[in-house]
Ligand binder design. Structure first.
Ligand code: PLP
Length: 310
């Protein structure tokens, strides 16, 4: 039976033994930054491929700079620690890896300075987050996306996820699958844990980083695949809420959500209310790439188990 392990306080330990004290600064004040990395199971090869590990840790470094968290790990150390935690946990299914750098001092007082920092990684089995076939029924959230002048959304700060949680719960309790948040100017920003794309006249349109989005790695993957493999033009610009209502297609992207079609917004079906043709082609391409089935993009996929088998 697979058992989840963690990297915690500079050691690899069973997840059940990795506990923090109740006074930990990050727990009290939301002063941690994190990543979500997918490990995608490839049944034929009996392999887990970690997707775009380098890019996830590059984003974590940026988040640490914004939040003044000391992060003294090299790319090679991070790669090795991450694959070790996965290897020893032994899952044979899709997983989710959570690296988290945090203010670890057990101290009262809201601030970022004069505190100790630490870093941990844990792993969990994790199937699809939303229905990637049927798509998501979404609502426009009454909660606005937190602005760069409040907490910078380009940093994946734990504290920001109170904003996402308010939106997600409101959406689900109102019978929707996911919330789409507007920025303070009233333009589309993103989902509670996903970036958004609309397709109009064959063009792929998505809000720019200045719309207070987390600049997603899946977003970048899809933009690259759309341009290089399908020859689709990409436009980064503001999107109005009503523009989504009349779009030909709409989908969300994220490490958890993969590529999830948005089939309805505020009770209005988008397109014919099902996954659209460009979304379907992108989704097919994306799933082959993340499971290590497309040699052209093998450099994005880090195998975890082949070393053990060898
Ligand atoms: C708020 C938010 N936006 C967008 C994303 C998508 O980012 P990525 O594709 O890097 O997972 C996530 C997930 O990490 C998220 O939490």
């Amino acid at each position: 039976m697979p058992t989840p392990y963690a990297y915690f306080k500079k050691q690899i330990v069973p997840l059940a033994e990795a506990k923090i004290g109740i006074m930990t600064h990050a727990f009290n004040y939301g002063t941690a930054v994190f990543e979500g990395i997918r490990g995608n199971w490839n049944e034929e090869e009996e392999e887990i491929y970690l997707f775009r590990v380098k890019e996830h840790y590059a984003r974590l470094r940026k988040s640490c700079r914004i939040m003044r968290i000391d992060f003294p790990y090299s790319d090679e150390e991070l790669r090795s620690l991450t694959t070790k935690v996965v290897e020893i946990s032994g899952y044979r299914e899709d997983i989710y890896i959570r690296p988290l750098a945090y203010k670890s001092s057990e101290a009262l007082g809201v601030r970022l300075h004069d505190l100790e920092d630490d870093f941990l990684i844990f792993v969990q089995p994790f199937g699809p987050y939303l229905d990637i076939e049927k798509g998501a029924r979404c609502c426009t959230s009454s909660w606005r996306r937190v602005e760069d002048t409040g907490i910078p959304a380009r940093a994946k700060v734990t504290g920001i996820y109170a904003n996402s949680a308010l939106a997600k719960t409101e959406a689900q309790l109102n019978g929707f699958d996911e919330a789409i948040m507007l920025d303070e100017r009233g333009h589309i920003s993103e989902g509670s844990g996903e970036n958004i794309f609309v397709i109009e006249n064959g063009k792929l349109i998505t809000p720019p980083p200045s719309s207070n989005i987390l600049v997603g790695i899946t977003r970048d993957t899809i933009m690259l695949l759309a341009r290089l493999e399908l020859g689709v033009e990409i436009v980064e610009r503001d999107i109005d809420r009503s523009e989504v209502y009349v779009a030909d297609e709409c989908f969300m992207t994220g490490t958890a959500a993969h590529v999830t079609p948005v089939v309805e917004l505020d009770h209005r079906p988008i397109g014919d209310g099902r996954m659209g043709p460009i979304t379907a082609r992108l989704s097919q391409l994306y799933f082959d790439v993340i499971r290590g089935k497309n040699p052209k993009y093998a450099h994005w996929c880090l195998p975890c188990y082949s070393k053990v088998k060898a």
